[in-house]
Each structure stands twice: as structure tokens, then as C-alpha cells.
Design a protein around this ligand. Sequence first.
Ligand code: FES
Ligand code: FES
Length: 214
Amino acid sequence: MENQYSNEFAAEDNSSGGTTRRGFLSQLTFAGAGLTLAPILTGTRVEAAENAPAEATAVENNAISLTVNGKKYSLESDSRVTLLDALRERLAMPGTKKGCDHGQCGACTVLVNGRRVNSCLTFAAMCEGDEITTIEGLASADTLHPMQEAFLKHDAFQCGYCTPGQICSAVGLVSEGRAKSDEEIKESMSGNICRCGAYRNIVSAIKEVQNTHA
Ligand code: FES
Ligand code: FES
């Protein structure tokens, strides 16, 4: 995973622009169709838990209190529910994206107490008392967060699906006050995969925010 960002970045640099990306997307289509991509493309809500057969083992719901983007929410939830599903399915915040759902793509990255986490690998119940920030919480009123502005300015997204996770991760990276070189930025962002290969522009956007706001 750590080298994938750099490797795909290199592939983007070295290809003539079409073959590598098309080949990759083609593989992705066949590998992922019907599993992870269909709900994303159609906007179908994932309701597996709600549709579980009645004879399934009864699961006790517990009260969970979450603070998301500065606002407190209470919900009754199975203790196994991930932060990602709680955000998307229970709190109606679909900005955080579900890609692999296995901690491998970074699409679900949010900030918990300012630190980057994969929300698909984090139980919502573990986040009681924490400050959770999602992509929906970065802009204030009509003013975009500087990292959102920089992504727009540097054209740092193509399909945009990975973008919320990339932006949250980039915000966390800058606040960590490290990753000053291109290589360090790539290494630090290596958990966030962009299938379109917009890495060069993402690094440019991060560098601009580091130089002007850090
Ligand atoms: S959805 Fe891919 S890392 Fe969480
Ligand atoms: S996956 Fe398309 S912009 Fe990242």
C-alpha cells in the first residue's frame, strides 16, 4: 500500500495518458462490478443489516453519541456498526465515500480528533466523546476550506470519488506539520488511492496549502 501511491504516480507520469488508466479501470470494472461499485454508481443505499433474515442472531442496540462537524448526534445502534456506515446510513452524511470497505483505498478517510482514520475500520461506538470531522464539515458557510480551494485550483480530481478522503487526509497531513517534500507527501498520502491517477495535481494542491496556510 505504501508504495502504491508512488507507483501509480509514476505510472501516471510515464504513460502516454490512455492505456494504463484504461486498463486499470477495465480491471476495476470487472473485479468490482456488483460488489462495491454498483451502490456507488447508482446511489443505492446499502441496507444489508436491515434486510437480514429474521432468524439471524438477535443483536442488541446501544445508544451511541457522536459529535460530527461540531454537532452532537444520538443514535441507537448495533455496536458492530462502523463509523463509515453510521455517517452514511444513519446520519445522512454521504460525503464520506465507501470504496473497498476493507481499509485499502482511503476513500472513507475522516478526521477523528484531527487525526486521519479509515472510517470503514473504525467502530462508531469507539468514537464516543471524539470530535469527528467529515468533508461536509470542512467548509464554513459559503467559504471552502483552503484545501478544497486548492484541489479545485489544481484540478486535483477527475471522477472525484476519492476526493473527500484525499482532502480529509491532506488536511490531517498539513496539520501534522510534516511531509514537506514531494516524496514525503506521496508517502504520507499513500493510503489514499485515486483510480484516475490525479496524484501530481493532488501533491500540488497540498504543497500550496502547506506554503500558504501551514
Ligand atoms: S472504504 Fe476503502 S479504506 Fe475505507
Ligand atoms: S478516483 Fe477519480 S478522482 Fe480519485
